[in-house]
Design a protein around this ligand. Structure first.
Ligand code: MV4
Length: 474
């Protein structure tokens, strides 16, 4: 008998498959939901039961009342939200609780508090987790903003209290910019998050983005599972994540890990979560935000620690104690994730949809594929362009990079444009190989866009070859 009678996976794509896999290993039946566009998705076939939810491609994944009603009707006693969609909507766990369903994630209160970036800063300050100099509250008017910026010095960043993950951010390098940006920032924030509140923070130039994975059970045990370096990003979309970070030494790792655990305790955290930090060139670190969900890049932490994070989420939600202590956590070797997206890097990473005409995924030692596509699958245009997470593990950094390069070389995806060749260029880049990268890396390297997609066999070539073969009766 499993920990739950039945789990509903309130998500789609690769993360739905990931959660179903954990449930199968825990002997828990699963329920998938899908839109018309997702009817042919793999996760729909892998779940024990699947229900179409609508209307349209998006709404069915977001309607908390309908989902909880469905869960009740089909005998579900726990819901896993995955990432995105409803994963950080505090009303979802609230409604689940009301209906006697376990939400596999933190409490509604923690999600709401950490979603409010001003509140999160206050709680971290009180807990003595380092934060950047910034306004204590959201700013009342332009005069207050100008006075504060004069006090801490330019450049400053304007951030939306309701924002996060790179949304609603603006940099002001002087008083004029600050005055100009504040009113537009407020308007944008009101439109995007329903709250116009913004606050100021000292702006760090080209920091490293380092996040710590934490696990917290319902019995007061909190541990961290080391860090992930997510500095390789483009417009706040992560492209590559690695663990452990090449810029931390044991001393700094220990101090940041302790700060992450302190942050989790201050937030009264339970389940799996991530504490994001910015690290400057002098290796000072500052709390940035807390992500109250399982993240896209969680597999690299699983690969180096051997801990199945999604299983732990389910066990914690069921009330089981963690079962290990901080000193039991061992990090082995290196792991890297490349996000393979259906996008055209040469056309400003514009999304690419349609039928996958050929698919061959790499394999061999140290390789893990968390994917959502197969030959003849039609990639819908309505969702995130992430189609496969290619994760490799190696005993050294050099081995991990050359393994990733080898895997990207083996990967065949035809019919849609992908980021594979662009990622392969990164694996060949001397700065990347030497660990010289921060959040400004991609913008500094336009040469990464230079690759010859026609050097690869294209669909047309494959089609002509097939026609010739047929003509000759081969
Ligand atoms: C910052 C910053 C510099 N200074 N805050 C971007 C994501 C969102 N969570 C916060 N972000 C940033 N906040 C201060 N005070 C720079 C960024 C930032 C960034 C952070 C992590 C990874 C990539 C980034 C790319 C640009 C800006």
């Amino acid at each position: 008998m499993g920990l739950f009678k039945k789990v509903l996976v309130a998500n789609r794509g690769e993360i739905a498959t990931r959660v179903i896999r954990a449930c199968k290993e825990l002997d828990i039946p699963t329920v998938a939901i899908y839109s018309e566009e997702d009817a042919t998705s793999l996760y729909v076939k892998k779940a024990d039961e699947s229900y179409m939810v609508g209307p349209g491609p998006i709404q069915g994944y977001l309607n908390i009342h309908r989902l909880v009603d469905l869960a009740t009707k089909v005998g579900v006693d726990a819901i896993h939200p995955g990432y995105g969609f409803l994963s950080e909507n505090p009303r979802f766990p609230q409604l689940c609780e009301k209906k006697g369903i376990t939400f596999i994630g933190p409490t509604s209160k923690t999600i709401a508090e950490m979603g409010d970036k001003v509140m999160a800063r206050k709680m971290m300050k009180k807990a003595e987790v380092p934060i950047l100099p910034g306004t204590e509250n959201s700013i009342k008017d332009i005069d207050e903003a100008v006075a504060f910026a004069d006090e801490i010095g330019y450049p400053v960043m304007i951030k939306a209290s309701g924002g996060g993950g790179g949304r609603g951010l603006r940099v002001a390098r002087n008083k004029e910019e600050l005055i100009n940006q504040i009113s537009t920032a407020k308007k944008e924030s009101a439109a995007a998050f329903g709250v116009s509140e913004v606050f100021l923070e000292k702006y760090l130039e080209k920091p490293h983005h380092i996040e710590f994975q934490i696990l917290a059970d319902k019995h007061g045990n909190v541990v961290h599972l080391g860090e992930r370096d997510c500095s390789i990003q483009r417009r706040h979309q992560k492209l590559i994540e690695i663990t452990p970070s090449l810029i931390l030494d044991e001393g700094l790792r220990k101090r940041m890990g302790e700060a992450a655990v302190k942050a989790a305790r201050a937030a009264d955290y339970t389940n799996a979560g991530t504490v994001e930090f910015l690290v400057d060139s002098q290796r000072n670190f500052y709390f940035l935000e807390m992500n109250t969900r399982i993240q896209v890049e969680h597999p690299i932490t699983e690969e180096v620690t051997g801990i199945d994070l999604v299983k732990k989420q389910i066990e914690i939600a069921a009330g089981k104690p963690l079962g290990f202590k901080q000193e039991d956590v061992r990090v082995n070797g290196f792991a890297m994730e490349c996000r393979i997206c259906a996008e055209d890097p040469k056309n400003n990473f514009f999304p690419s949809f349609g039928r996958v005409t050929a698919y061959y995924s790499p394999g061999g030692i140290g390789v893990r594929i968390d994917g959502a596509i197969y030959k003849d699958f039609i990639i819908p245009s309505y969702y995130d362009s992430l189609v496969v997470k290619l994760v490799v593990k190696g005993s050294t950094w050099d081995e991990t990079v050359s393994r990733m390069h080898r895997c990207l070389d083996e990967f065949v995806i035809r019919g849609v444009k992908t980021t594979i060749l662009f990622l392969k260029n990164i694996m060949r880049d001397e700065d990347f190989k030497a660990g010289n990268f921060d959040t400004g890396y991609i913008d500094r390297k336009p040469e990464l866009m230079a690759y010859d997609e026609y050097g690869e066999p294209t669909d047309l070539v494959a089609a002509i070859a097939a026609a010739i073969a047929a003509h000759h009766g081969l």
